[in-house]
Structure formats: C-alpha cells, structure tokens
Design a protein around this ligand. Structure first.
Ligand SMILES: *[C@@H]1O[C@H](CO)[C@@H](O)[C@H](O)[C@H]1NC(C)=O
Length: 375
C-alpha cells in the first residue's frame, strides 16, 4: 500500500517533470519563464487552445495532438492578383488591406479561394508556455500572435503549418509585435502564405529564436520555383534578437529581412539550399553573423542594403571588447559571399546576455537537431 502510493506519487512527479519547458533560453531572452510552474493544461479542441492561449492566467499549455483550424472559419472567394504570373508554381496574392490595388495595379486579377482561419493567428497572452509533447504538437491552418503588450512567452516543440500557402497574405506562422521576453525554440514552420516569423514595426524587445526549422518548400512561391520567398521579417523599432542553431531551408528571399532598429545576433545557424538571397539588410539593421554555414545558397546577402553587418570569414578579435570573446568565422559551401566588416554597432552588445558560439563546422549538425519532435 505504502510503496504503491510512493510509486504513484513518483509517477506523478515524473509526468510533471515531462510537462515542462526543456532547457532555458540563451542570449537576449535569457530569464524568460513563460507559464513557469503553473499546472499544465492539455487542450482537447481548437476552442480550448484559443482560450488557454488568450486568457490572462499564467499557463503551461501542452499540445498532445493536432489542432486543425482549416475550415473552422469557413472559406472565402475573392479577387486577388498575380504579380508573378499565373503559372501553377506561382503564388498569387490576396487583396488584403488593398495590397493588390495599391501596390500591384498592373498585375493580372485572379480569383482566390482561401481558408479564413489562416489569415489571423491566435492571440497569446502574457506568461504562457506552449509546448508540444513528443512529435504530437501540430497546429494546422492558424498561426500565433504575441502582440499588444503580451510578455514572457515560450513556444517550444510545436509544428505550425498549412496557412494558405498558395496565397501571399494567406497567413503568418509566428507574429511578434509590441512584446518582450519571447523564446521560440524547436519549432517547425512550413507551408505558410506569408512570413514564417515576423517581428512587426513596434518593439519586440528581447527575443531568442533557437533550434527552429524554417522549411521553405512549397508548391507555390513568389519566385515560381518551389522556394518560398517570405522567410523571416525583423523590422521592430527596438528589437534584440538572438538567432541560434536554426535550420533555414529552401528559401528564395528574405530569410531574414532586417530593418527598423534591430540588433540581430545570428549564431551557429545552417542556411541550406536557397535560389535567392538570405539576408536583406535595410537601414536600422545591426547584424552580427558568426559560426554559421551557408550551403548551396546563391546569395547570402542581397546587394545594396543600408544595414550594418559584421560577418567574418575566420575567427575575429573585433568582437572581444563588447562580447567578451572572439567571434567565430562562417563557412561556405557552393554559396555566394557574406562578408561584413562594420564594427560600429558591436558596442550594443555590451552588458547584454550574449549567446555562446562554436566553430561553424558544428552548425552543420543543426540539420539533425532543429525543429519540433527532436526533444
Ligand atoms: C505575468 O507575470 C508577472 C510576474 O508574475 C505578473 O507581474 C504579471 O501581472 C503577469 N501578467 C499577466 C497578464 O498575468
């Protein structure tokens, strides 16, 4: 009797240990706690998931199944546009916020039929951990939005997929805007209409994006070649992003685009198979790339941008003063160049939580460790 009571309490303790965040955020979002030690909840329906994410309680939300939002808000038929042609491999665009009318007045008009649930993601409140169980945590047809002052959020081990991939403006997987202390870890995103991850024009504060797989394979793309163009969009007004151990696969552009006032520390990532550019750096971008690999990437850096970049071929002591260590070099295989020697912004790293970096050769292993279902 006594020993079985002991055993069952041990099992409960084991289950509770399993229902928790794995590891801790490194870099700028260090210290994020999400739902902390709140008793885990296991939503069973899309409505329960929406409710747990959006309410004002600290929550640990465990995903042990697929949450399929496709069809949940119905479909819509409308007139959109085809800026890149009407070929079957081309994305077409929704006329969202009159985008076609205002920016593509000469593009052919086309009929578009889309799933309404994909357009706007679920709202996430403060103090939430959203955690997938094993490889079961899948959200289909709707993204997530950490916005409007929500703070202290962890998203780990989840797959977000199938957001109207044939249509630009069909949906963003992960949106941050007016937030602080967010950690996105071991997430896979695939088959989205617009951005895999977007940090909007308001401040997103301290953010760590680690161990994610951004999968750009799609039957519809703005470059009409199976490579998604809209990868990551970092344009916040006061953002510090640690971007580490991510696998960025099969994109043709904007992976990432950086502008606004964004300090981006890209460490030990693996960019693989791109038919276009990876970085697009506009005014206000302050970007350090180290310990990363570019393999079969045609254009690691789009020419002509006004952003600041430090990226070194070999290890560099230029970082020592403000990062307290040398920076790692980057590696290139069958790829274009990424070279930047602007050290003027490295002082922004002083006194911050800074992710460690290892030799770029270790970044090749990211292909085995990034994405959901790996922890
Ligand atoms: C989140 O947690 C912090 C710290 O416990 C607390 O001060 C804050 O009010 C919480 N926010 C919400 C929206 O519950």
């Amino acid at each position: 009797m006594r020993s079985s009571a002991l055993l069952s309490s041990a099992l409960v303790a084991l289950a509770q240990t399993a229902a928790a965040v794995t590891g801790a955020a490194e870099g700028f979002a260090k210290g994020v706690t999400g739902g902390g030690s709140a008793t885990p909840v296991y939503p069973k329906t899309t409505a329960e998931l929406v409710s747990y994410l959006g309410d004002s309680q600290a929550r640990v939300i465990m995903l042990d199944r697929t949450f399929d939002f496709t069809g949940s808000e119905g479909t819509a038929t409308a007139t959109g546009c085809a800026p890149w042609g009407t070929g079957s491999a081309c994305q077409t665009a929704l006329n969202k916020d009159s985008w076609c009318t205002n920016y593509q007045p000469n593009a052919p008009k086309v009929s578009v039929k889309y799933d309404k649930a994909g357009i706007l993601g679920m709202t996430v409140g403060s103090n939430k951990s959203l955690i997938g169980v094993g490889s079961k945590g899948v959200i289909k047809g709707k993204g997530i939005r950490i916005v409007s002052g929500a703070k202290n959020v962890i998203v780990q081990n989840v797959h977000i997929t199938n957001l109207n991939p044939q249509y630009v403006w069909g949906g963003d997987a992960i949106t941050l805007d007016n937030t602080d202390l967010v950690w996105i870890d071991h997430v896979t995103t695939s088959l989205v209409g617009r951005q895999h991850i977007v940090l909007g024009n308001s401040a997103s504060g301290r953010v760590t994006i680690s161990n994610n797989k951004f999968d750009g394979q799609s039957s519809w793309s703005a470059t009409c070649n199976g490579y998604h163009y809209w990868g990551m969009y970092f344009t916040g007004s006061n953002d510090m992003i640690t971007f580490k151990n991510n696998y960025i696969y099969h994109f043709s552009g904007r992976s990432p685009k950086v502008a606004g006032n964004t300090l981006l520390h890209a460490v030990n990532n693996y960019w693989h198979d791109s038919k276009g550019h990876s970085f697009e750096l506009d005014a206000g971008a302050k970007v350090l790339v180290e310990g990363s690999v570019f393999q079969n990437v045609e254009t690691p850096l789009e020419a002509g941008g006004a952003g600041k970049l430090f990226a070194s071929g070999g290890a560099s002591t230029a970082c020592s003063q403000y990062l307290g260590r040398s920076c790692q070099g980057n590696g290139f295989g069958s790829s274009g160049a990424l070279a930047g020697s602007d050290t003027s912004f490295l002082s922004y790293f002083a006194g911050k939580n800074i992710a460690a970096a290892t030799d770029y050769n270790t970044a090749k292993n990211v292909v085995n460790t990034a994405g959901f279902g790996k922890i």
